[in-house]
Design a protein around this ligand. Structure first.
Ligand SMILES: Cc1cc2nc3c(=O)[nH]c(=O)nc-3n(C[C@H](O)[C@H](O)[C@H](O)COP(=O)(O)O)c2cc1C
Length: 361
């Protein structure tokens, strides 16, 4: 099962296989993260939408299920000026038909404006002394980086272009996730407009690898051993897979979401900001069709306004009204246990690498 090559990423993270289970904020759960860790990869927990107390509880649960290292992830965006009451009222009015449809009350403007305190989230993670802190959509401020380093926490940042990769390396991160345009979920872009950084993984990875001297993790559309072998060939020292973990047994998302991931074609996904106010890749549905072309509030304020709709829809599997984040290769997702998935991924990778070596001999 082992492939002969051992990468710096595996050494850095102390993992058996060069795979990271991507943080899936809102769609992951402690059981999934622990199962990934116990199967020999780095599990990651997406904490972006949780209060500090919820984060502490989730981390304790993960630790009760595994003694292996895992990552916790936040969006490292600078705090934004909240929209005015008038704008929030306008947008709530526009969404009122969905609130009515699900029998939920309109979120209070003050709660939308305040949101969850990102500094308190950060402190909860820092105090928990997690092994790895990963982040996207920016870089923690220098004081935060200093505190993380002092606590010996390994840092993994996300880049969608070479400029961002250089900025992350200069900020002393330990590894970089290069997120290709195929990827499911939010675009990690923080330098420039996201449209300019819709770079396919095949073009992005070797350029990032050449630009920095720390391990690069390839993310976006990787679903099997073919993708892992290709990423290694491009110079990546590991892969980060999100969509592939949505359909495993331990992932608690609704069955209908899992089926949608497996049954959509590569051209059925789109980049949309209608759910959160920030661009993300997901499967097209009724909510996207009905809201595209309007101007949502910026992230995280739009996210707070649509959250009760999405929560209600997620509970009952009404997938036309919730964000179905997925990468462009969802069709290759499998309904197996996490352990089985990782076993298959590694034996497939080995087979591909052996075949290439034999064919070219
Ligand atoms: C449901 C879902 C939620 C995600 N949430 C996060 C997140 O909270 N933080 C993050 O850094 N990346 C997040 N991502 C992006 C992944 O880190 C990664 O870039 C992506 O999953 C790779 O593409 P793939 O889905 O085709 O494997 C998410 C992706 C998905 C599918």
């Amino acid at each position: 099962m082992e492939i002969a090559m051992r990468t710096r990423l595996q050494e850095l993270l102390g993992i058996k296989y060069p795979i990271v289970q991507a943080p899936l904020a809102g769609s992951d759960n402690p059981e999934l993260v622990a199962a990934a860790c116990n199967a020999g990869v780095l599990g990651s927990f997406g904490a972006q939408y949780l209060t500090p107390d919820e984060i502490r509880k989730a981390l304790a649960r993960i630790r009760s299920l595994t003694d292996k290292p895992f990552a916790v992830n936040l969006f490292s965006q600078p705090r934004k000026q909240p929209p005015g009451d008038h704008q929030i009222a306008e947008e709530s009015k526009r969404l009122s038909k969905y609130y009515a449809e699900f029998g939920i009350s309109t979120p209070l403007a003050d709660a939308v404006k305040t949101g969850i305190d990102p500094d308190a989230q950060f402190q909860a993670i820092l105090e928990a002394r997690v092994a790895v802190f990963s982040f996207t959509l920016g870089i923690p401020n220098p004081d935060q980086i200093k505190e993380l380093k002092k606590a010996s926490i390994i840092l993994i940042g996300t880049a969608t272009n070479v400029k961002e990769a250089r900025a992350l390396a200069a900020a002393q991160v330990d590894a970089i996730t290069a997120q290709g345009s195929e990827a499911g979920g939010h675009r990690g872009t923080f330098a420039g407009e996201f449209e300019d950084s819709m770079i396919g993984l095949m073009a992005l990875v070797p350029q990032v690898v050449d630009a920095v001297d720390i391990p690069v993790i390839a993310a976006g559309g990787i679903m099997d051993g073919r993708g892992i072998a290709a990423a290694l060939a491009l110079g990546a020292e590991g892969v980060q897979m999100g969509t592939a973990f949505l359909t495993v047994e331990e992932c608690a998302v609704h069955q209908n979401y899992k089926l949608a991931v497996q049954n959509h074609d590569a051209d059925d996904t789109t980049i949309t900001d209608v759910f959160s106010g920030a661009p993300a890749r997901g499967i097209k549905n009724k909510f996207i069709a009905e809201n595209t072309g309007r101007h949502p509030l910026p992230f995280p304020f739009q996210n707070a306004l649509t959250r009760p709709i999405r929560n209600a829809a997620n509970k009952t599997g009404q997938i036309e009204y919730t964000n179905l984040w997925s990468g462009q290769a969802g069709r290759l997702a499998r309904r197996v246990s996490t352990k089985e998935l990782i076993g298959s991924l590694m034996s497939e990778t080995k087979d591909v690498l052996n075949k290439l070596a034999t064919d070219s001999a």
